[in-house]
Ligand binder design. Structure first.
Ligand SMILES: [Zn+2]
Length: 362
């Protein structure tokens, strides 16, 4: 992915996190004043607790939020956010297999649009989708560095309910980083791999819920310098195409997977994404007990979801663009398998499958 967004130092990041949580907390809207005061007390109590319990910020802060939601529920004057009251088992991906896919994809080496390794990877993806309904969205991109062949690969898993849930992840690596040893294990590798694992989970009989479409996007990366016109080649083409053929109106939600295997997983809350969908993903994460890996940092992201956001499709970018201290591994030859963990793929994979299940019920 994307535009290189830098975060301030670790200290700033932590305090910003607390501020954000504090703000989010006090925003619990429409409560009577006495209730807000009670909330403020709870917040103060939780922060004094976290001061001496390093690393447990999320876990310690979460309970008051949950009890606040419960209290608000008894008030019954407003909709309440929280995990749904059902006991369905949390979906489980095969994280070891997803990690192995990441390793195999990364082993192809640099995979920029149109190069030999990219072609091998296209075949690799298609080979893993045997028997599935697969479509291509292929075209030629005219760029500042010349013409490039672009190929989005779409696998469709039909459902009985109306509507489509689209999951996107890019499989290209950066043209400007060719010949530098960049192999994009996390950036390009992890997104390709998790979609392959989603296909394994979705394959089989017609889904009871919505249709799920998996899209391996191409040309996400800039060919020279990131801008509105030099980036997101595949996603921009697909959004335009789906707008013309009426597909966009059927998309209930769209989620982008990008850089999701960092062993030190912290998915940012992207301020360009659709808030209710981000909240739903968080609820899904809560069901798995994964919430401490989500939304400690809030930042605007430019990624494959943007062309769809611009067209009014509910969309969320699921990305950890805090890769190594101060994001030092991003777009460097250090983006290699040793920085990644199958546990992170498991956290994101299970959370996204659970989000799909929750979307099915809406
Ligand atoms: Zn990138």
């Amino acid at each position: 992915m994307p535009k290189h967004t830098t975060f301030a130092g670790e200290t700033t990041k932590r305090s910003a996190t607390k501020m954000e949580r504090r703000r989010a907390f006090l925003r619990v809207p429409l409560c009577p004043l006495w209730f807000r005061f009670l909330l403020a007390l709870l917040v103060a109590a939780s922060f004094s607790t976290t001061a001496c319990s390093k690393g447990s910020t999320g876990a310690v802060i979460a309970p008051p939020a949950a009890s606040a939601a419960a209290a608000a529920k008894s008030d019954a004057t407003e909709p309440v956010q929280g995990p749904p009251p059902d006991s369905a088992p949390l979906p489980q991906i095969d994280a070891k297999r997803a990690f192995q896919y990441t390793r195999e994809v990364t082993a192809f080496g640099e995979r920029y649009m149109g190069n030999e390794n990219h072609k091998k990877l296209e075949h690799y993806i298609i080979d893993h989708l045997k028997g599935d309904q697969v479509e291509d969205d292929a075209f030629t991109a005219d760029t500042v560095e010349g013409k490039f062949p672009v190929r989005n690969i779409i696998a469709k898993f039909p459902g009985k309910k109306d509507g489509i849930i689209a999951i996107l992840g890019h499989y290209d690596t950066n043209y400007p980083l060719r010949n530098t040893g960049f192999v994009g294990a996390d950036d390009g590798g992890s997104s390709t791999a998790i979609l392959l694992e989603f296909a394994n989970q979705l394959r089989g009989k017609t889904r009871d819920g919505c249709s799920v479409w998996l899209v391996w996007t191409d040309g996400e990366e800039a060919v020279k310098t990131w801008s509105d016109t030099d980036s997101l080649y595949g996603a921009r083409h697909l959004a335009e195409k789906w707008e013309k053929d009426g597909t966009l109106k059927k998309i209930k939600a769209l989620m982008v997977m990008d850089m999701i295997a960092d062993a030190d997983l912290d998915i940012q809350r992207d301020t360009n994404s659709t808030p209710w969908l981000l909240d739903l993903i968080y609820q899904a994460a809560q069901r798995g007990g994964y919430q401490s890996h989500f939304y400690a940092i809030q930042a605007p992201m430019e990624d494959d979801h943007i062309p769809f956001v611009k067209r009014g499709v509910p969309s969320a970018d699921v990305i950890d663009l805090d890769y190594g201290y101060n994001n030092v591994f991003h777009h460097t030859p250090q983006d290699t398998m040793d920085k990644l963990s199958s546990k992170s793929l498991e956290i994101v994979g299970n959370t996204v499958l659970e989000t799909i299940r929750m979307l099915d019920q809406r």
